[in-house]
Design a protein around this ligand. Structure first.
Ligand SMILES: [Zn+2]
Length: 494
């Protein structure tokens, strides 16, 4: 067979890309194209790196890799299932070869001046990535949400201290409920977290009043879960039903505003209703079910939430007059916190909570049933998380949940990355159902989906005021008036 160097055969031509699959003859081929590489600084070369084939061709791996370095090209592994990864000689010698993790790899060489920039950067500890626009990483590549988690875990440790702290908290709440019908208000949605919270509260000897905000989107399972759990635990239940026409108008307004915070009318209303019931009943404690260990910390860029924002979106895109929506504005917050003296308690942070075991326990003890996805107890949330956010905003909320699980050791990072490789599963029926119930035509919905993305910065909110009040909020946080999770979410490292 006649062998000729590429430099001789092709002469001085312009080359952008070279792909070779030549079973161990790469060293010789590269040597024959040195001029080509030199004359084409933007050249990209894809070759198979197979230690077995190279060695069978009499090539010393270390010498070959040193030679690749001398070409002044950056070395990257092109994976089938994950972003391209820059690698070193040492890494290749350790990770690729006979009886190693990889018998061969696709190596992608390109100009060192334009190193491969992955589109997505992922936290080295969890799976939070640059789809979160306000994510920052420290020198070790760890995101701020992992660091916030560590601070929260320090504040709410789960060891012998936590049992004592939980006991002290329960005693304090019981004392405040003396001669009253209830000790605390607990919001229930039919989901795992809130159901378990009420279970633990009752087992600890508290007399909670369960409050449910029905925004019209409950799944049947959720309704049954709430009824079964409160009945089994002998807890009174108060259900506050939203004025559907009003609530629908708000939900459509948020969709038309083209913001990723489109689920906050529900979240704000839940807070509003819980505080309103507590104020009327003279109850001093409202438990909230958010668990930093199980749900993580929601980035501000994904969900910003407060009453002025709700009002300004409604003013711009709503049609109906809002009269009964239980909004939380600075004034209502002042009324509940200062005048009524109601405190919010992150109750779930005080006890150990293995979500898988808890699901089993709730099924057995309370006749509770799982509904197939985080917060899918609401049909709107299911549509929102599985379709609206991923398709319009490239937001995959599983990232937050899986990241939280990784930090608490309930899931491995590899497992989470594998799961996230598949898109968020959704059901077309769920989309049809939501459009039908909101009375939106496909055409209107397509307009919503294709409208340019906006954020809360595009609308009047309390945000500038919050930034201005930061020193006072810091004092409130230090004195325990501002929950840590809220303080960290809005002010950590900014
Ligand atoms: Zn992280």
């Amino acid at each position: 067979m006649e062998i000729v160097a590429l430099d001789e055969y092709l002469g001085n031509i312009k080359v952008d890309f070279v792909k070779m699959d030549i079973q161990g003859s790469e060293f010789a081929a590269l040597k024959g194209m040195e001029k080509m590489i030199e004359n084409n600084p933007k050249i990209k070369i894809l070759l198979e790196y197979s230690p077995l084939c190279l060695e069978e061709s009499g090539v010393n791996l270390k010498i070959f890799l040193n030679y690749l370095n001398s070409l002044n090209l950056s070395m990257n592994v092109l994976w089938e299932d994950k972003p391209m990864q820059p690698v070193t000689n040492e890494w290749l010698l350790q990770n690729c070869g006979v009886k190693k993790k990889n018998s061969h790899l696709n190596l992608f060489l390109q100009n060192i001046e334009e190193p491969y920039k992955p589109k997505i950067m992922i936290c080295s500890r969890c799976v939070s990535d640059t789809t979160i626009s306000d994510i920052v990483f420290n020198q070790e590549g760890v995101c701020q949400f992992c660091l916030m988690h560590d601070l929260m875990a320090k504040k709410y440790p789960l060891d012998e201290r936590s049992d004592r702290e939980l006991e002290a908290l329960v005693q304090k709440i019981k004392a405040s409920g003396k001669n009253k019908r209830y000790d605390c208000v607990i919001g229930v949605s039919g989901g795992t977290d809130s159901t378990y919270m009420i279970y633990v509260a009752v087992k600890a000897g508290l007399r909670p009043l369960a409050v449910h905000f029905d925004n019209g989107w409950n799944s049947e399972i959720a309704v049954r879960n709430i009824q079964n759990a409160t009945k089994a635990l002998n807890v009174d239940l108060e259900t506050v039903v939203a004025d559907w026409e009003e609530f629908k108008d708000l939900q459509i307004a948020f969709l038309k505003a083209s913001v990723s915070d489109a689920e906050i009318p529900t979240d704000v209303a839940i807070h509003g209703v819980l505080h309103d019931v507590a104020a009327k009943e003279g109850i001093k404690y409202v438990f909230f079910g958010h668990s930093f260990r199980n749900e993580g910390i929601v980035p501000v860029s994904w969900t910003y939430m407060e009453g002025k924002y709700v009002n300004s979106i409604h003013k711009k895109f709503g049609h109906k007059k809002i009269t009964s929506f239980p909004n939380i504005t600075l004034w209502t917050l002042f009324y509940y916190r200062v005048i009524k003296g109601i405190q919010c308690i992150p109750f779930v942070n005080y006890f150990k909570y293995d979500k898988l075991k808890v699901k089993k326990l709730l099924e057995e003890a309370l006749g509770w049933r799982y509904y197939g996805g985080h917060h899918h107890e609401s049909l709107y949330t299911k549509f929102f998380q599985s379709y609206y956010l991923p398709k319009k905003f490239n937001i995959d909320k599983r990232i937050l949940e899986y990241s939280a699980f990784i930090r608490t050791g309930l899931m491995s990072r590899e497992e989470a990355l594998r799961e996230l490789n598949a898109p968020y599963p959704y059901e077309e029926d769920a989309v049809d159902y939501v459009l039908g119930k909101l009375g939106l035509s496909r055409e209107e919905f397509n307009q919503i989906m294709s409208a340019p993305r906006k954020s809360f910065h595009d609308y009047p909110t309390y945000y500038p005021l919050l930034r201005f009040l930061k020193p006072f909020i810091y004092v409130g946080f230090k004195l325990g008036f501002v929950p840590e999770i809220i303080y960290f979410k809005y002010f950590y490292k900014t």
